[in-house]
Ligand binder design. Structure first.
Ligand code: PGA
Length: 257
């Protein structure tokens, strides 16, 4: 059975105290109501800004099924790259995951699939699970190119991996037009794309691997719409932005399987 996952992408929000409180508050509630007793037995991953990563790792310690990761990593493992953060540093903070290729990184920092392939490699080389983000912008969907675009992102970013390495990856489908806009993909639109991604993975790595890979949905997923989205057969959870900053909403999403 593939894993159900709810991930919170805090983006460039909160401060140290706010981040600590959010993570601690969520973990306390999870301890009262452990993840393994919930439908779907989901795992939870927080993606705070780098500077709070250590604190969030500490806050999550001892809460079974909860871990933390970074929102990005550099494509090299060390060197003279002022202001950048490398995978081994993230790993040394106790993180287990990293986002790779979030659409905001693709759009504002011009990260392309070739660069993202290197980041995936760095993550895997240093024991971090990459959550590889893909998704089309609105004009691409309107032109009927969304499948093509997402396939290209996955093929170029991931399909150079050997089977064993690929099996460590998590995929997040986030249609860019749904991110932070309040417009969510309909459950049918999400399911259609997730099934497509799984089919593409199956063609490359075989059916068993396709069945095993977790594919998360992201884009205005919230406490109101999570249940319907997560009930789709190929949606294995969510990458949550705005709603991950409010403990009650995030907790409700965790309980939406
Ligand atoms: P959102 O962000 O939930 O605020 O739309 C999701 C994301 O960007 O990961």
């Amino acid at each position: 059975m593939r894993k159900k996952i709810v991930a919170g992408n805090w983006k460039m929000n909160l401060d140290l105290e706010g981040g600590r409180k959010l993570a601690t508050g969520i973990c306390e509630k999870i301890s009262e109501n452990p993840l393994e007793t919930l439908p779907g037995k989901p795992e939870v991953v927080f993606f705070p800004p780098y500077v709070f990563l250590t604190e969030v790792v500490k806050a999550a310690e001892g809460t079974s099924g909860v871990s933390a990761g970074s929102q990005n990593i550099h494509q090299l493992e060390k060197g003279a790259y002022t202001g950048e953060v490398a995978a081994p540093m993230v790993k040394s903070c106790g993180a287990t995951h990293t986002l790779v290729g979030h659409s905001e990184r693709r759009a504002y920092f011009h990260e392309d699939n070739a660069l993202l392939a290197k980041k995936v490699e760095q993550a895997l080389n240093h024991g971090l699970i990459p959550v590889y983000c893909c998704g089309e912008v609105l004009p691409e969907r309107e032109a009927g190119k969304h499948f093509e675009v997402v396939k290209e992102q996955i093929v170029n970013g991931l399909f150079w991996l050997k089977q064993e390495a690929f099996e460590k990856v998590i995929i997040a489908y986030e249609p860019v037009w749904a991110i932070g806009t309040g417009v969510t993909a309909s459950p049918e639109q999400a399911q259609e794309m997730h099934a497509f991604i799984r089919k593409v993975v199956g063609e490359k790595y075989g059916l068993q691997t396709a069945e095993h890979v977790s594919i998360l949905y992201g884009g205005s997923c919230n406490a109101q719409n999570a249940r319907e989205l997560f009930s789709q057969p190929d949606v294995d959870g969510g990458l949550i932005g705005g709603a991950s900053l409010k403990a009650p909403d995030f907790l409700a999403i965790i309980q939406s399987f």
